[in-house]
Ligand binder design. Structure first.
Ligand code: AMP
Length: 396
């Protein structure tokens, strides 16, 4: 009993932890409603069963203070629009007023609680606060993947008060499913494409993933630490000299585990970190002083294309170039196109963690890959092999 469909919500109040931490514009209107849309199926299921929904979320970082700029009342109209009924709002998330609003809530109605992080107890994972939250529903539903890596009161601790009455919402279940497909049950060959700026932020992921994949593409700024470690000349490219031993160790481990590692062979180098810089394509291990590699080169992209289109399961984390600058976005766009091709040929593709999601959205690949994760940090920790506390609390 851990999935939403295991429960019938008729005459029940569902206490749903959603991730409504959405961006607001200067008029305090929702600037991007994706996260609200993403929670809709779970809320609708509860209502269609004949139950009511109590929604709790954080917004921004008020750090325990009642900062009116971060009130969830700003988003209430948008939630009403998206759910299709007038959502009620209560100006606290615990205490008498909140309890009264929940008691008065009728089947088929939705109540939005005020920002959880107006109380510092939320982020502290406070037991007494979690117990107060637990009074606001009969069944606890966690549908907030974006905060599942935090042991906060509403994401984790509250679950213990719902023995036999707690489950994952549809969105969280989809995230768990996508990660499992890549890390455990994916059809071979399994490929991970890891890009981004620094080796240091991806080490744990690389080490964990070596046991799961057949192929590993290393791209972006990480490339140069690997190339320099092997004796190449990387010019002024981003490079972590203190991580060169680690890079060599990763290559050794990959070899022992039979993982094929694909590192760029040529790059688009620039004489400045600027979109207007002079550029030239050079071998990755012969970058002249004064030049830096900012994107994958054409021969590299041919190799990447071959590997990607032959894979059946693909994880993509991190751009392979400085995609924010138009002149260095080609590599990242190409990788997106190759993944699109592989997906059309039946591969399962998951994009997640940090900037790859931004890149995917910017270039319109969202509809073309199998799944785009909604949680940056939570996704990274999952890929590192950690059990997320919010997930563990439902399974306990
Ligand atoms: P991450 O958050 O680790 O995925 O890193 C993403 C950032 O890496 C993006 O902002 C890219 O601009 C940056 N990046 C990718 N390739 C390079 C490169 N060759 N040199 C410098 N930064 C890069």
């Amino acid at each position: 009993m851990k999935l939403l469909d295991d429960y019938n919500f008729e005459n029940k109040k569902a206490l749903i932890r959603v991730d409504f931490n959405v961006p607001l514009n200067e008029d305090f209107e929702v600037a991007d409603a994706n996260r609200i849309e993403a929670a809709k199926p779970t809320i609708i299921k509860v209502l269609e069963d004949g139950g009511s929904a109590v929604l709790m979320s954080h917004l921004g970082r008020p750090k325990g203070a009642r900062n009116p700029d971060m009130s969830l009342k700003h988003i209430c109209a948008k939630v009403s629009d998206i759910i299709g009924i007038a959502v009620k709002f209560v100006e606290d998330c615990v205490g008498d007023e909140a309890e009264k609003a929940v008691q008065e809530l009728q089947d088929g109605e939705v109540l939005l609680l005020e920002n959880l992080r107006y109380h510092s107890e939320e982020e502290n994972g406070d037991e007494a606060f979690a117990e107060k939250l637990s009074k606001l529903g009969d069944i606890y539903v966690n549908d907030a993947f974006g905060t599942a890596h935090r042991a906060h009161a509403s994401t984790t601790i509250v679950a213990k008060y719902f023995e036999g009455a707690k489950c994952f919402g549809y969105l969280l279940a989809k995230e768990i499913d996508a990660i499992e497909k890549v890390m455990q049950t994916g059809e071979k060959p399994v490929l991970a494409i890891l890009g981004g700026a620094k080796v240091s932020s991806k080490i744990t992921i690389i080490e964990n993933i070596l046991d799961k994949v057949d192929d590993l593409i290393i791209g972006g700024g990480m490339t140069y630490t690997f190339i320099k470690a092997q004796g190449g000349e990387v010019g002024d490219s981003i490079c972590e000299d203190d991580k060169m031993d680690l890079a060599m160790d990763i290559l050794k481990q990959a070899k022992e585990k039979g993982v094929n590692v694909h590192i760029p062979v040529d790059v688009l180098a620039a004489d400045d970190f600027s979109n207007d810089a002079q550029t030239q394509v050079v071998d990755v291990d012969k970058i002249p002083d004064g030049w830096q590699g900012l994107d994958a080169g054409p021969r590299t992209l041919e190799i990447f294309k071959n590997v990607i289109t032959n894979s059946k399961t693909i994880l993509w984390n991190g751009p392979v170039g400085v995609f924010e600058m138009e002149n260095f976005a080609k590599g990242t766009i190409s990788v997106g196109n190759f993944i699109d091709q592989a997906t059309q040929n039946g591969a399962f593709s998951l994009v997640g963690g940090g900037d790859s999601v931004a890149a995917v959205k910017q270039f319109g690949f969202e509809e073309k890959v199998s799944y785009v994760s909604t949680g940056g940090g939570a996704m990274l920790e999952s890929l590192e092999g950690k059990t997320l506390p919010g997930i563990a609390a439902i399974l306990a």
